[in-house]
Design a protein around this ligand. Structure first.
Ligand code: 13P
Length: 251
């Protein structure tokens, strides 16, 4: 049985005061949950705060992107080793907002994935189609292209130390969730594609769903056989919502 993993992606939200309140409530409540894994991916400046607040708890933390470079003259960039210095377990790579708003290509995402693993981080690789792509019937083609770019760069075995998140772009922050059946179909497609190269890796690969997950729809989504938890945006900023989503992942 794969364990489930729920990760909150705070995106560009928070302040020292807001985070302190959120973390103060999450830490004891999530410690009581046990079982399923949970983590928060926060803006870079708050990594030290989160490290201090969550050290010694079962809740992990991480960042939302990283540089594909290890070090050097890359003003404004943050390396995997720097994230590791702040105790990060995870880093999100290839989020659709990075791909569409900051022009990250499939090839660049693959390099970031590789850089994350080289630094000892677990990349959470986001894949997903836009509304136009879904309506044009190219969902599988797009997801396969995004996945294959990374497989080509790092090899399939690298996915034994990675998480994949299926995040249909049309469902992110829109309140429109993929139906459990729609999400399951793409998750099964991803797992089959990985299985065609390595069955063992596919069987243990955590594939999260992301896109308007809330307490109200988490149970149904997480009950699908290939949905192993969620990558949560808006609802991860609301204590009660995030806790109930983590509870849903407990099964
Ligand atoms: P929402 O949960 O706000 O739709 O965001 C999903 C997401 O992009 C998580 O990475």
């Amino acid at each position: 049985m794969r364990r489930k993993l729920v990760v909150g992606n705070w995106k560009m939200h928070g302040s020292l005061a807001e985070n302190a309140a959120l973390l103060g409530a999450l830490r004891p409540a999530l410690a009581d949950l046990g079982g399923a894994g949970s983590a928060v991916c926060v803006p870079f400046p708050y990594l030290a705060q989160v490290q201090q607040a969550l050290s010694g708890s079962p809740v992990a933390w991480g960042a939302q992107t990283l540089s594909e470079y290890a070090k050097g003259a890359y003003t404004g960039e943050v390396s995997g080793a720097m994230l590791k210095d702040f105790g990060c377990t995870y880093v999100i790579v290839g989020h659709s907002e990075r791909r569409s708003l900051f022009a990250e290509s499939d090839a660049q995402v693959a390099l970031k994935f590789e850089a994350a693993q080289k630094a000892g981080l677990i990349p959470i690789l986001c894949v997903g189609e836009s509304l136009a792509e879904r309506e044009g019937g190219t969902t599988e083609h797009v997801v396969a292209r995004q996945l294959d770019a990374v497989i080509q760069q790092v090899g399939i075995k690298a996915f034994a130390h990675a998480v994949v998140a299926y995040e249909p772009v049309w469902a992110i922050g829109t309140g429109k969730t993929a139906t459990p059946a729609q999400a399951q179909a793409v998750h099964a497609f991803i797992r089959e594609r990985v299985a065609s190269l390595d069955e063992g890796v596919a069987e243990s690969l955590i594939i999260q769903y992301g896109g308007s997950v809330k307490a109200a729809n988490a149970n149904e989504l997480f009950a699908q056989p290939d949905i192993d938890g969620g990558l949560i945006g808006g609802a991860s900023l609301v204590v009660e919502e995030f806790l109930r989503i983590c509870e849903a992942a407990q099964g």
